[in-house]
Design a protein around this ligand. Structure first.
Ligand code: AP5
Ligand code: MG
Ligand code: ZN
Length: 216
């Protein structure tokens, strides 16, 4: 089962992907998470990517396409994967299709999380992420049991560098210009499924699970 979660910043891609990992045992591939790990480790790629990410812009296609191609070849992707935050441009989508074709596979479903763009600023400014295990929270919509402490591992909850309001506005703008065309792109291929991303987290998950059931 090869899935893509598509949606603007704050739509809930990461939240839903993590729940799907627990349910189906296939990996989440988040280009954002991979890039943030490279930034933390200070690799040459991370140092370059940081400038784009802090500005809210996209990292160049060839960099992210390379990351994903390498990741998809790992053994844990043999039975499927959940792409979160990739592809984000038509060029990335074309490159993905080509490399999957080479290994005789293709995307089964693209799940579009449909949201009200204005609600996303509130979601992103309230987001908190565990420094140690990456679990995601929201101060209002999905709070941890104890302030600033991860329920799962006790780690410290931090705010992402790019979750400042001005950077969020730029990311939303970049989404409108560069990523939103992928909704039509996948709709034309007949593999787009739309989900109401404004519903509560568990309802969104149920809708996705229904779609996945329909695939098999
Ligand atoms: P990335 O990390 O992918 O960020 P993003 O796309 O901006 O998306 P987010 O992670 O902000 O949102 P999400 O949809 O995962 O929402 P979440 O589930 O956390 O990318 C970061 C940067 O890396 C990019 O700007 C770019 O520079 C670079 N990059 C990454 N991929 C790239 C690519 N392919 N090409 C080029 N550059 C790339 O939810 C948000 C908050 O809302 C949470 O607090 C959550 O608890 C809450 N929430 C979730 N669902 C709900 C709900 N249903 N109701 C209420 N609250 C909810
Ligand atoms: Mg995310
Ligand atoms: Zn944690």
């Amino acid at each position: 089962m090869d899935l893509i979660l598509l949606g603007p910043p704050g739509a809930g891609k990461g939240t839903q992907a993590k729940m799907l990992v627990d349910r189906y045992g296939i990996p989440q591939i988040s280009t954002g998470d991979i890039l943030r790990a490279a930034v933390r480790e200070g690799t040459p790629m991370g140092i370059k990517a940081k400038e784009y990410m802090d500005a809210g812009d996209l990292v160049p296609d060839e960099v992210v396409v390379g990351i994903v191609q390498e990741r998809l070849q790992q053994e844990d992707c043999a039975d499927g994967f959940i792409l979160d935050g990739f592809p984000r441009t038509v060029a990335q989508a074309d490159a993905l299709e080509d490399s999957l074709k080479e290994s005789g596979r293709g995307i089964d479903a693209v799940i579009s999380l449909d949201v009200d763009i204005e609600a996303l600023v509130g979601r992103l400014t309230g987001r908190r992420t565990c420094k140690d295990c990456g679990a995601g929270y929201h101060v209002k919509f999905d709070p941890p049991k104890t302030d600033l402490i991860c329920d799962k591992c006790g780690g410290e909850l931090i705010q992402r560098q790019d979750d400042q309001e001005s950077t969020i506005r730029e990311r939303l703008d970049v989404y409108r210009r560069q990523t939103a065309p992928l909704v039509d792109y996948y709709s034309q291929k007949g593999i787009l499924f739309r989900v109401d991303g404004m519903a509560p987290i568990d309802s969104v998950q149920s809708e996705i699970v229904q779609i996945v059931k329909g695939l098999t």
